[in-house]
Design a protein around this ligand. Sequence first.
Ligand SMILES: [Zn+2]
Length: 381
Amino acid sequence: MDEPRTPSIVPPEGLTIRVNCRTAPRGKPTVHDVTVDADGRLTTPHDLDLERIGVALGGHLTCVELADHDLPAAWGLLEHTLRTRPADVVNVGTAHWAALAPAAGCGCEEETWPTAAQAAEHLRSPGHWAKAWRSSPARLAATVEALGFTVPAGGTNPLPRSAAEGLLAEPDAADRLWAAGVPFALVPELCRQLSPTGIPIPTHVVVAHLYAPREWAVLEKFVPHGPVVLAWAAQHRTPRDARRPDERLAWVEAGVPLATIDRVFAGDAYDLVHAKAYASETGVDVPRAATVLGRWQESGTTPAVRDLVELYRHDPHAALDPRCAPAPGAVARTVGLAAKRGLAVDTVTAALALARHGTAPDAVAHLSATRTPTIHLEVPR
Ligand SMILES: [Zn+2]
């Protein structure tokens, strides 16, 4: 996906600043101009490559320090505080956001943050940038000032809340983007690409697109299914999604309703192959089969598909009914009643009997009639 350009920190023609250039840290300065171009590159009257050799041999030159340390540090800090490009933040796991390029000796070498906004906030700290480019807080501040800014303390969102209206779903979306360090200039085009019909999308989708390449690689595949499905996929991430990234999409592509997928994903009992097996054994379509599995998953009792197929063969109408899966309380009563009659049954057996016979007493009566109590004989080969 193409990324639109964001404005630079300095004007397109570059910015000329005056430097007190020294060949020793406390030496007498020579005053001259340098130019910073829109990409943050420095042009000086020196041959910097040659001067770098001198510095490597123990020499000193203000312009080498500026070009290789102080300017890139100030540039990184300003890009992040002014939100001229997406923050150097990356998602490294569920609720773990990290610095894309941790700075040696900085907290971000070890630390991750629960939100993209918190990780982005770290990247708006002068300390991080001073360490990242081996500058110093004082030289960093002086360079930021030379570029025409003061070291920003947080900064407030210049955009009104209405800026994201019609693009993003949440009323405070403009503030969420600002906190996550997302340049607003990117947002209208991004929303247009992610939601071609113009339905507002959750801010999280934009943040995932920019900062969570692994998550985005999954979410991107939902784009052709439209913004409603995309938003749903972004908002319904579960541990099951993390383990099997492409499974949710497969359910969508099988035509299973979103609410049914949510029911199935509340647990781990049923895969799409189970829905297909139920469908092929019963002749109902896959979405219908998934609905049955979703109801059983939601009930908390999850029989094997072959047992659910048996229920269907017994009474197709009841097997497809919205109340096909007995509630946990009713299952517990059936287990209890069976125990009173000296019959040990597990919850799945009790639930299946209940589904077939309707009431706990009928289920237990049927169980006692059909079950040989407790003794299992091994048949010798
Ligand atoms: Zn850091």
